[in-house]
Design a protein around this ligand. Structure first.
Ligand code: ATP
Ligand code: MG
Length: 242
């Protein structure tokens, strides 16, 4: 099992400075008055792992995620979130493969040094004065693209369509689902749905192969029919008059 050890937010939504939220072993509860930023921590998690669109993080556009309490501040044009996972439970994934070089581990954006059992994903969002924006993902301080990140997250069984993050309203939705829909969630969580998708893909491929095979034998038949006709024409005695 993979655990989240901490989430570090810088200039993200209501978090003006840099705040590190530790998730200690057991059960962590974040409490506070309405509008104090509890859900923003989950939004930060979704943002960092690239698991949701900006709407899924309750923002119209990605730049709206940058803290706007002090818009004159130069820092306000950049937000970043780091999520550090504890992989000590997960020998079979091959921690060495997931970790990058020691140098980049020391680097880690100048924040917490990464121990061998830790794996840190960072996403940084920058908005230019012209209003354009760019976002970059990092694994243990090394830049990577979204596809590479998702491949690694898949290896850790963290899926965008999974239920690693249960948002406000999801519980009610699950309770009011019919049993078939609920079964689909269980299949997804157990990894059965992934196998079903693979079987379905194989079936489509093998059907396509069958169709192409039939096409080939049909064209072979046409060819041999035609060649028989030519053969008959060629072997027919003809009267050639000059
Ligand atoms: P509730 O208990 O009602 O669910 P909450 O603790 O989950 O509240 P959040 O929804 O996390 O609260 O935070 C909402 C607050 O975040 C609002 O006060 C909003 O103004 C602030 N906020 C959202 N985006 C930004 C931003 N870009 N800059 C500054 N503050 C922001
Ligand atoms: Mg909330």
């Amino acid at each position: 099992m993979v655990y989240i050890k901490r989430v570090e937010l810088s200039h993200f939504k209501s978090f003006g400075g840099t705040t590190s939220v530790p998730f200690l072993p057991g059960f962590t509860v974040v409490s506070g008055p309405n509008g104090s930023g509890k859900s923003n921590i989950l939004d930060a998690l979704l943002f960092c792992l690239g698991l949701a669109t900006s709407k899924g993080m309750r923002a119209e556009r990605l730049p709206d995620l940058i803290n706007n309490n002090n818009s004159n501040n130069r820092n306000a044009s950049e937000a970043s979130v780091s999520v550090t996972f504890d992989l000590s439970d997960l020998a079979e994934v091959g921690i060495q493969e997931l970790s990058s070089s020691e140098e980049s581990q020391e680097n880690n954006n100048g924040h917490h040094p990464i121990t061998s059992n830790e794996w840190t994903v960072t996403r940084r969002l920058r908005v230019t004065k012209a209003g354009t924006y760019s976002s970059t993902f990092y694994i243990n301080g090394e830049p990577c693209n979204a596809t590479e990140l998702h491949e690694q997250l898949n290896r850790l069984r963290i899926y965008p369509e999974g239920y690693n993050v249960v948002l406000q309203g999801d519980v009610t939705r699950i309770i009011t689902m019919n049993s078939r829909e609920r079964r689909e969630i269980i299949d997804e969580l157990a990894g059965v749905a992934e196998f079903d998708r693979k079987i379905e893909k194989r079936k489509i491929l093998s059907n396509r192969f069958e169709i192409e095979k039939n096409d080939i034998s049909l064209s072979n038949k046409n060819y041999s029919d035609r060649s028989n006709v030519w053969h008959r024409i060629a072997s027919k005695p003809r009267n050639i008059r000059n």
